[in-house]
Design a protein around this ligand. Sequence first.
Ligand SMILES: *Cc1c(COP(=O)(O)O)cnc(C)c1O
Length: 471
Amino acid sequence: MWDLDEFARAAEITTEALATYVAESRKGVGPVLRRSPPDELSERLRLRRWISEGGMTPESYREFLEGFLDESTRMHHPFYMGHQIASPDFPAALAEFVHGIVNNPVAVYEMGAPGATVEFEVLRWMLDKAGFHSGSGVLTHGGSLANLTALLAARAHAVPDAWTEGVPRDLVLLVPPSAHYSVARAAGIMGLGARAVVPVGVDPLGRIDVGALPATLAALRAEGRRPLALVASAGATATGLHDDLRGLAGICRAEGVWLHVDAAHGASALLTEGYRYLLDGIDQADSIIWDAHKMLRTSALSAAVLVRREGDLSRAFQQEASYLFYGDQGHDLLGRAVECTKAEMGLKIFLNLAWRGERGLGDYVAARYATAHRFWELAMKRPDFVCPYEPESNIVCFRYAPGGRDIDHAALREDLLRDGTAQLTSVELAGVRHLRLVVMTPATDDHTLETLLDTVAEAAAARSANPSGTP
Ligand SMILES: *Cc1c(COP(=O)(O)O)cnc(C)c1O
């Protein structure tokens, strides 16, 4: 049984500790991340003792939580700029807390009518933003699962009996090399085989070469192969650059090819005035995915898969389960999703929307995109920084090459991570390793950006003086 006083006390401790954590993180107190080895961490947090003995109290929980937060990667820190994971807003966090106690999974309506209804309304809003006015959708546990779900819908569209008969050998999935790895993984899971994943021509920055597409399609058809879908990126993971959706949609429509737009990262720009043009033509896609746990400031996980024609999603799954698929008032989501138990993910998106407004979320996105552009401007003013392209979103790639020297950028990144100064990622573009910056938190400002440029230069100088990197 719950001791409700104990619960209230523990919740109060949690709120206090988290408020301090966010306040300090925002000010840049402490390292962005520690990456302590698991053995050390386990000992510091006394994990084995707690597992074997139990008996935690509000006071010992406070001590545990403070250690846990101290060792965590700080998403509210100005120098957190490595990954696309949200720096979450608190309304979404409240939704997690409520879900943690109410625990109404939403796929079966009778298990959670309010959570399911919130999901329906959030999906209606997302469909409207995408211009899918007679579409349908579902929230999934992440973008990777959303990509799989969308591609299953595409498969059902191309080969309606694939569910019962298995996958024909002639199907191909057209995927640019710049696509997120979850697309190729979905092809593997769907039993298409890696041989079915056919690359399409791209420009040097990985954007699909629209002009070359008709010839690629004709060549495949001449070989007796059937295009199942083309996957385009609206915000490619590595670069944040966008494919020409309108151009691709025109060709796909004319050729009868399903267009899937992976807008996991970029769809949130639909909420902005200034960057919506990047998604021009998205309403002509057959399916899209949109991660809320990237640019809509929810914690992981919360993602949407949206289809332009209602019915395309439920046709993806052609199954009966007698213990669940009965007594449905027409509101169950089981028929549209891979998942059976499904969290109240819509509540996180809803509370962020309800608190900040669509406008507030749009302003958040626009401001991060502008900050990334500002970084590019500042880097271009310095002689030794090289950026292969002008950023379109909040993702920027760059190199530091003092006097044209070739610096090991993977090692340089390690140097920055080792002392927790800044969390950057790195990617290979046209075979050359770059540092990659993703602006996620409002705490990242011009001062942060200038400091980062100095820090990269200093780390590179230290590395030249001591290439092994050992202190
Ligand atoms: C992040 C991302 C994904 C994967 O989404 P998860 O939610 O991490 O599973 C897929 N595609 C693109 C373009 C992404 O940026």
